[in-house]
Design a protein around this ligand. Structure first.
Ligand SMILES: Nc1ncnc2c1ncn2[C@@H]1O[C@H](COP(=O)(O)OP(=O)(O)OP(=O)(O)O)[C@@H](O)[C@H]1O
Length: 233
């Protein structure tokens, strides 16, 4: 079964005369280990779709099966449980400034089965080494570059072995080289673990890293293609 299967998802904000559909009949699947980039003009509904899949808001119409769970009609408790199995990465990395890199990553393991702190920190260190930050375990986010901070966010999203990673504009604040490096690392780690990634981006510089690029316009999916021909990324 695919980590994400959406069928006929329609979603509106507002009520009465102000009610407006921002997603219209969206169907989409993301396979295990696949990285799908979601792109499209501002306001086309990308973030709304990501928050529905992430169980951060309740469904209205349609069906969304995420990591084996149907979200249509799911209780708040079921959504909270599902969120724990998803890794989230945001534009503003959302790291805690007063914690070190390893403490920020280890935090993602706190909701998991009661691992002793030593073990959580050891797993955080392993994950940080995998994103090339073995030398920076004890630094606070403020002592790291933008790209390094986002790599900490990647480590944090992956450390609890999620089945799915959802990322919203993770490279927006980065220069080209660091943006590509962050997404490449995310892709390689996810692929080797069979984790699916859905990544919202305006950043044309990272499109060739995807297995598939899905474009949205006005709440609909208008195309879903392999990225432009070129050297395999
Ligand atoms: N909480 C909300 N209440 C009302 N309208 C909203 C809300 N959130 C988003 N919208 C509207 O829904 C539409 C889709 O927004 P969404 O953020 O999903 O688009 P997006 O494609 O992610 O845009 P961007 O690329 O600018 O982040 C926009 O017109 C936005 O103004």
């Amino acid at each position: 079964m695919h980590p994400v299967t959406l069928e006929g998802v329609t979603y509106s904000y507002g009520s009465g005369e102000l009610r407006r559909a921002v997603l219209r009949d969206v169907s989409l699947t993301v396979a295990e280990g696949e990285i799908v980039l979601l792109t499209g003009p501002s306001g086309s509904g990308k973030t709304t779709l990501l928050t529905l899949i992430g169980a951060l808001r309740a469904m209205q119409q349609g069906s969304a099966r995420v990591l084996g769970r149907e979200l249509q009609g799911a209780s708040e408790a079921a959504r909270v449980a599902l969120r724990r199995r998803i890794g989230f990465i945001f534009q503003a990395h959302n790291l805690l400034g007063f914690l070190s890199a390893r403490q920020n990553v280890a935090m993602a393991l706190e909701t998991e089965a009661k691992l002793p702190e030593r073990q959580r920190l050891a797993e955080a260190d392993r994950m940080l080494a995998a994103v090339g930050l073995a030398e920076h375990l004890h630094k606070a986010p403020g002592q790291l570059s933008g790209g390094q901070r986002q790599r900490v966010a990647v480590a944090r999203a992956l450390v609890a072995s999620p089945g799915l990673v959802l990322a919203d504009e993770p490279t927006a604040a980065l220069d080209k080289a660091s943006g590509q490096e962050v997404v490449r690392q995310l892709r390689d780690l996810a692929r080797s673990r069979g984790v699916a990634i859905l990544l919202v981006t305006h950043d044309p510089r990272i499109l060739d890293i995807a297995d598939r690029v899905v474009s949205m316009e006005d709440g609909r999916i208008v195309s879903a293609n392999r990225p432009a021909e070129g050297p395999a990324a």
